[in-house]
Design a protein around this ligand. Structure first.
Ligand code: SF4
Ligand SMILES: [Zn+2]
Ligand SMILES: [Zn+2]
Length: 310
């Protein structure tokens, strides 16, 4: 029997990148400690913040909600809520919405739900149907652009001061490598645990950015947290998936690869930020939301689809 390096009880997990054998309790503690450390290292919150978790119902966002709920108990002046955007993917989002609601009820967290249908007058299912003939973007691109804007609108309505997203270290290094491959240097330097403040945008924070995706799944499993396991039918089978499987293969063969890519990137990001050109913030002439162009990407998409409803 392998013994936990901390308490000598039976180990259930071998953390190959650090060489530690861990029991269930010590593993859970280690994840909570790491998230707390990330929060304080980047000074993510103030004691009176009104924090919203972008809650999809998947393992990352549901675990993040549970983690922050526990951490937030020590800060009675702050407030934690959850926001779910229903993109309108029949079957898939209907199920995750139920799970998201259930978790909020369990924790006593206020849950705000809005939808593409209400905000834009159209569901993602319909966009994909139209987009197949008319547009070149992938479903995830439509979804990402429209969801970001929807979350920002919802957060402003609720007077949120920090919007928390569940990006983990796997998501972050996939984005880093993807932008390297595409040669998009300006986007690379914007990948960070605390996004810069910009007029009209609720500041976005990523407390899981130092935790492996598989360890978040294990945390949820050990804590018996209910989350959606089914994948979205539109999940891209594009370059991100190729990068993901390439990094996973490297990590299996050379444990610790993910952390070294991320650490190295953190060091070079400071140099990149210094040489980055400043992007002017504007307000969209169509919807009034913040943007860097005259018309925001979401409005451009909807205009292309000729489906403006408001
Ligand atoms: S997989 Fe793509 S389309 Fe599906 S919910 Fe996620 S971003 Fe949206
Ligand atoms: Zn232990
Ligand atoms: Zn707009």
């Amino acid at each position: 029997m392998n013994k936990c390096v901390y308490c000598r009880k039976e180990a259930v997990y071998f953390r190959n990148y650090s060489g530690e054998q861990l029991c269930k309790k010590c593993f859970i503690k280690s994840i909570e400690k790491r998230v707390k450390h990330t929060i304080s290292k980047y000074n993510m919150f103030s004691s009176n913040d009104k924090i919203a978790v972008a809650l999809s119902g998947g393992k990352d966002s549901v675990s993040l909600l549970h983690l922050l709920h526990k951490i937030e108990e020590r800060f009675p002046q702050s407030e934690l809520v959850a926001i779910t955007i229903d993109e309108g993917v029949l079957g898939y989002r209907t199920e995750s919405l139920k799970i998201a609601k259930k978790n909020c009820r369990l924790l006593g967290v206020k849950h705000y739900i809005d939808s593409f249908k209400r905000i834009y007058g159209i569901t993602l299912d319909t966009i994909v149907k139209f987009g197949k003939k008319k547009l070149e973007l992938s479903p995830c691109s439509y979804c990402g652009i429209l969801r970001r804007k929807a979350l920002n609108i919802a957060a402003k309505k609720m007077h949120i001061t920090k919007m928390v997203t569940a990006h983990n270290i796997d998501d972050e290094i996939q984005s880093i490598l993807l932008n390297f491959i595409r040669g998009d240097h300006s986007r690379i330097s914007r990948i960070r645990p605390v996004l810069e403040k910009a007029p009209g945008f609720i500041q976005r924070i990523k407390p899981l950015s130092n935790v492996l995706e598989k360890e978040i799944a294990l945390y949820a499993f050990f804590k018996k947290i209910e989350f959606q396991t089914r994948a979205c039918p539109f999940l891209e089978t594009s370059m991100r998936q190729d990068v993901r499987s390439f990094i996973n293969k490297l990590e299996t063969k050379h444990p610790g690869t993910k952390f070294s890519i991320y650490r190295c990137f953190e060091k070079i990001r400071s140099y990149m930020a210094a040489s980055d050109e400043k992007i002017d913030s504007l307000y969209c002439e169509t919807c009034g939301e913040p943007t860097t162009q005259k018309i925001c990407r979401a409005c451009q998409i909807l205009e292309d689809l000729n489906l403006f409803t408001k």
